[in-house]
Design a protein around this ligand. Sequence first.
Ligand code: HEC
Ligand code: HEC
Ligand code: HEC
Ligand code: HEC
Ligand code: HEC
Ligand code: HEC
Length: 319
Amino acid sequence: MKRIVFVVQFIAFLLLLTACAQPSVTPATATPTTIATATPTLTIAASATPRATATAAPSATALPPAPTRMPTTAVQAAIWAKWQSSAHGNTYDLGKGPNTYCSRCHSPQNWDPASKVDAPPNCVSCKFASDATVRIAKSNQLVSQADWRNIGCDICHPMKDGLASKEIGWFNKTSGKYESVANATALCEKCHTDTDVLKHRIDLGKATHTGLQCTQCHDPHSTQASCSATKCHPSLSKIAGHDAAHKNVSCVACHDASALQVGPDNTTKMWTTWQSSTIAGMKMLNPARSHNVQKQADCARCHFKDNPWNLSSSVSKTP
Ligand code: HEC
Ligand code: HEC
Ligand code: HEC
Ligand code: HEC
Ligand code: HEC
Ligand code: HEC
């Protein structure tokens, strides 16, 4: 079987910009290079302070009070440090379109609801790994790193006296007001969702984890999650599969219930699930962690005859 696999980090980007004249598909390890340095200190980084000037985000919508002062309690300080080093605290990246359009989810305070995607080749202001310079779109502006707000406390919490309150709420940039959310998951799903072109919805499936809240596994501030570092699966039954031979196989590569392809991810050296999509006739596979898991696991998912990884083709669950 001939497998042509194009691995791209920028799949969401490519999906949106299919119509645009594309440079050659970025190879496997196109790690974005311009992520703002995560400084897990208490200093309020420039990226988290309110916009000093109104240069980059032309929207007239009033901003809610942003975190304008140092957290004073230990709880707030610890949360601040976790958030600053998280995926939400450092979203500035030329490869992820730091412009007034893509910021809708990547830095909502910088979003201009009136911004649009231009015609190719400069659809959104951004920079492909293969580009020498930044592409500048007319209908959405590039936001400078100094003006970029990331996904701040003020997006998920109504602010009180310059600090995040305990309550969660969703700051709607269009109305300039907070909306109540049914629960933490509803808040996460404001962005971790599907649109016409982007596929970011997390599907917990209909088996083992149905109905769990995102925050039962993920710390809402560090965004981290782990199957074993929680009270859920601190230790596993000693069975074939839960053994040293499979130390580089992630739980979901065996327990995925959505029949995704599985295989090693050369970046992390771990076996994981892969999501496929077809863009402009090209089949692409992207490592994407399945959230749809089941108790059962089929050895033959990997250990089948003539498998491409030269794993033994007949293994037994009972040694
Ligand atoms: C509806 C909300 C939303 C919008 C709008 C959005 N993104 Fe994202 N984007 C996300 C989320 C959520 C993630 C993290 C997804 C994950 O890891 O599952 C993400 C991740 C990415 C990634 C990392 C690769 C990936 O697929 O995980 C890139 C690149 C990216 N976005 C580019 C863009 C660009 C460029 C735009 C504007 C054209 C844009 N995004 C607009 C929500 C959005
Ligand atoms: C992506 C959304 C999001 C962001 C951004 C965010 N939080 Fe939270 N925060 C939550 C959620 C969800 C909870 C938990 C609510 C629950 O489970 O009841 C929470 C809980 C809290 C609590 C209550 C914790 C407790 O133990 O009582 C505080 C205080 C808090 N956040 C402060 C902050 C601060 C300060 C920031 C910015 C540094 C911040 N949050 C950023 C979503 C967010
Ligand atoms: C305002 C939009 C928004 C909200 C609300 C939001 N996220 Fe995110 N989240 C993003 C974006 C955008 C990224 C990708 C950031 C990047 O790669 O630069 C991301 C990244 C992540 C990642 C890391 C993904 C990776 O590939 O490593 C996790 C985990 C995550 N979010 C979980 C959550 C959880 C849990 C909640 C709810 C408590 C939440 N998010 C709420 C937009 C959002
Ligand atoms: C049963 C536990 C669990 C629940 C519930 C859960 N997650 Fe996760 N999620 C994880 C684990 C574990 C990882 C992998 C973390 C790692 O590799 O560091 C992960 C990874 C992610 C990633 C990165 C995806 C990737 O392909 O790398 C995102 C984004 C994410 N989760 C968002 C969410 C959102 C949004 C929700 C709620 C709708 C949610 N998760 C619910 C356990 C969970
Ligand atoms: C190499 C494949 C493989 C890997 C990797 C794997 N499992 Fe399993 N797991 C199995 C098999 C096989 C069973 C038995 C299924 C059955 O009872 O039908 C099982 C059973 C389970 C069970 C139910 C029985 C028990 O032990 O309580 C849980 C929970 C579980 N696994 C969690 C995990 C977690 C969490 C991880 C990652 C830390 C993981 N598994 C990694 C193959 C695997
Ligand atoms: C998601 C893929 C996957 C699944 C499912 C899986 N394995 Fe493996 N298995 C591997 C990988 C990867 C290795 C490590 C190969 C290496 O290190 O060279 C391995 C190694 C082994 C080995 C060591 C000998 C060899 O072939 O290299 C045995 C025995 C084994 N697996 C048995 C099982 C059994 C029994 C099951 C079902 C309970 C199972 N495996 C399920 C991926 C898998």
